[in-house]
Design a protein around this ligand. Structure first.
Ligand code: PGA
Length: 261
């Protein structure tokens, strides 16, 4: 796992965006795993700057969102179909027909989840997966005790997650209780993963995921099993890392050729 500590959230976005951009530069029709939430916005902001500058294009790229709520209508401003359209597809110029979000409104949710996982596989798998991390250590909506072998499926949102996400809704009661999320096994199948976090609220989860034991109790710790996982955090989110100085030292001494891998 590569751990990079940057001074500010904007710097986090620049470093993580450079990884996504390098994947798309090598393969314009790359499959990108897209995350919602506040953390990845710094990545999308930097990618938009690159798109506007004519440095990269997502016109041929394909996208699969990590998760979706179950039980809110498609047109709800906080449905992840809408959030992905607003934060990613439109600003970055993806072809909407090439971006999928799990269907949390399907009559048969279980079949829809299986079909979504199969569609990722049929697309050749995810080349690079963008991730945030929840204050409880979740990635996607894989709440604590999610199986490391799990595939896309229905989960019950943890009370902590509903509280954290209540800021997007008029009240806690309006936050959906269930979701459809890529599983930890699905996420681990991605060729590369890039997790970003900023702010002190994430410091404990970041430290547990990176330096704690590999445990389904901290779903983010599954990334310790991934061959190509990059974690980019700001100083606040890095506050609980025991080996912070080592991570700074390795990044300061990173060989130039490794930046383009
Ligand atoms: P956030 O959510 O980026 O809005 O903090 C991250 C997550 O819950 O995975």
């Amino acid at each position: 796992m590569e751990i990079i500590i940057m001074s500010t959230p904007a710097d986090v976005g620049r470093v993580a965006a450079a990884k996504i951009a390098s994947v798309v530069a090598k393969n314009p029709s790359a499959v990108i795993g897209l995350a919602t939430g506040s953390s990845p916005l710094v990545i999308y902001t930097e990618l938009k700057r690159r798109v506007d500058a004519g440095e990269i294009s997502f016109a041929q790229a394909r996208g699969f969102a990590l998760d979706e709520y179950v039980g809110i209508p498609l047109e709800h401003p906080e449905s992840y179909a809408n959030v992905i359209a607003r934060d990613v597809v439109v600003p970055l110029g993806f072809d909407p027909a090439r971006v999928r979000v799990p269907n949390g409104r399907a009559d048969d949710l279980e079949s829809a989840a299986k079909e979504y996982d199969a569609a990722i596989h049929s697309a050749g798998g995810i080349d690079v997966q963008i991730l945030g991390i929840g204050t409880n250590g979740h990635i996607g909506f894989n709440e604590p005790t999610s199986s490391f072998a799990s595939r896309t499926r229905i989960k019950t949102l943890a009370p902590r997650t509903r509280e954290d996400n209540a800021r997007y809704f008029d009240s806690l009661e309006l936050v959906p209780m269930h979701c459809m999320t890529q599983g930890l096994g699905t996420i681990l199948d991605a060729q590369q993963v890039v997790l970003v976090a900023h702010g002190t609220a994430k410091a404990k989860a970041v430290a547990a995921a990176i330096e704690g034991p590999v445990s389904s109790f901290v779903p983010g710790s599954a990334l310790q099993l991934h061959e190509h996982a990059m974690v980019v955090v700001d100083e606040d989110a890095a506050a609980e890392l025991q080996l912070a100085d080592y991570y700074r030292y390795t990044y300061a001494n990173k060989p130039t050729w490794q930046f383009d891998l």
